[in-house]
Write a protein that binds this ligand. Sequence first.
Ligand SMILES: [Zn+2]
Length: 121
Amino acid sequence: MRTTLTKTMEFHAAHYLPTFPEGHKCRRMHGHTFRVELILEGPVPAERGYLVDFGDIKELAKPVIDELDHTVLNEVPGLAVPTAENLSRWIYERVKPLLPRLAAVRVHETANNAAEYRGGT
Ligand SMILES: [Zn+2]
């Protein structure tokens, strides 16, 4: 039985997006409550009935999310251009070694806008 789990975490941060066109509002410093979905996939052992303990996901991923919380994201190493696209990849690359079942990271910048990274290029 292959199953997908989603663990949602949040952080608050400021950013500005220097690659957007001159005059675009996203070039100005502003903040979001970012919502991060950590998506894990794999087979559920019948005898156990669960894939990964949600509490373990939170505990393992929290130090990564804490690196972003209440920061100016542009100042975080590797996030000079902190778009939702780049954030999802940045989080994936740090959480994947801790949680091998991680299949994707989805970053919601607002209620309506999200980017997802699934590894690869
Ligand atoms: Zn923004």
